[in-house]
Design a protein around this ligand. Structure first.
Ligand SMILES: Nc1ncnc2c1ncn2[C@@H]1O[C@H](COP(=O)(O)OP(=O)(O)OP(=O)(O)O)[C@@H](O)[C@H]1O
Ligand code: NI
Length: 307
């Protein structure tokens, strides 16, 4: 049974423009994702593709003006707002993208200790401080006294000690030095090898391929492909979606050619396939309606021409 199953998730925002006129911003459209225990799934997509919103939808921390539809199941049962509140920080932990999520009024050590649920908080906090090269003196300091890197290491520590079964790490490593990044990534691998499911959100396909088992490619608020890491080789012959192939070929170690054009904005989405305006292999049919996600060769893809 999957630990997490997101089906047909859509998230939109109503914005008021001049004269109280309403405008709908469709940030996530019909998004599907499945995760299993012991698995690291990397969610890869460019800025604005909906990665953080997916994380916030799973944790139940979307802003109040968000309109949500679709279902999210955790361990076989629906994640209702009540369940989200009771599982948050315990069974489901977030490493947030912004360091502003630290509580400004609580000392750093206390924040890490309150994240420990199944063990001795004082000992666990000491150990994790050592592991992430956080000075013992930081215990009594407050978030505003930390550098950006220290704050980020604190956030990663909090998820690591939580004992969560599902960890969602939203861009956990920017600004960290390479030793700490390696430590954090090997920690995620260790947790996954002990049965935890880890969702690793990043815009960097190259680093995602180094640690994940599966890659979900996001584009303009939906999953265009979910592929096992082993499919990323050569010229991308095994990949299923034109956007995934283009991203793979755009890596510096491959052809290093950028993809022309840009991702559509949430308030001007095309009515057909969201990638159609930039797709070299698009046909007229592609512009008519958004293709459904389908299973092909052990992966998922949203393209009518995929084989
Ligand atoms: N509160 C909000 N009101 C209106 N639009 C929003 C709101 N929050 C997010 N959006 C829009 O939803 C889209 C997806 O945002 P999201 O933060 O999930 O992107 P992301 O993939 O995490 O990007 P990044 O890599 O920059 O963190 C963006 O276009 C953003 O402008
Ligand atoms: Ni984000």
């Amino acid at each position: 049974m999957p630990i997490l199953e997101v089906q047909d998730l859509s998230v939109s925002f109503v914005q008021y423009t001049k004269g109280l006129r309403q405008k709908k911003v469709q940030a996530i459209t019909s998004l599907d994702i499945t995760m299993h225990e012991g698995e690291i799934l990397a969610v890869v997509g460019s800025s604005g593709s909906g990665k953080s919103l997916l994380a916030h939808a799973i944790l139940g921390i979307l802003p109040s003006n968000a309109r949500v539809s679709g279902t999210i199941n955790y361990s076989g049962d629906e994640l209702t707002p009540v369940r989200q509140a009771s599982l948050r920080g315990r069974e489901i932990a977030l490493v947030p993208q912004s360091v502003n999520y630290l509580d400004p009024l609580m000392s750093v050590g206390a924040q890490v200790r309150t994240s420990v649920h199944n063990d001795n908080p004082v000992e666990v906090q000491k150990k994790i401080f050592e592991r992430y090269h956080l000075d013992p003196d930081l215990d009594k300091k407050y978030p505003f006294q930390l550098s950006g890197g220290m704050a980020r290491r604190t956030l990663v520590s909090m998820a690591m000690v939580s004992g969560a079964k599902l960890i969602i790490a939203d861009e956990p490593t920017p600004g960290l030095d390479s030793i700490v990044i390696k430590e954090a990534l090997s920690n995620f691998r260790e947790l996954a090898d002990h049965g935890c499911a880890v969702m690793m959100i990043t815009h960097d396909l190259g680093s995602a391929l180094q640690i994940a088992d599966k890659i979900a490619i996001f584009y303009a608020g939906t999953t265009v492909e979910v592929a096992p890491v082993k499919d990323f080789f050569g010229r991308g012959e095994k990949l299923r979606h034109p956007y995934t192939k283009a991203l793979w070929r755009a890596l510096p170690q491959n052809e290093f050619v950028p993809i022309p054009g840009s991702q559509p904005l949430p308030n001007t989405l095309p009515s057909g396939c969201l990638f159609e305006p930039r797709c070299e292999t698009a046909t007229r049919e592609c512009s008519l309606k958004q293709p459904k996600i389908q299973e092909i060769r052990g992966g998922m893809v949203r393209c009518i021409h995929a084989t």
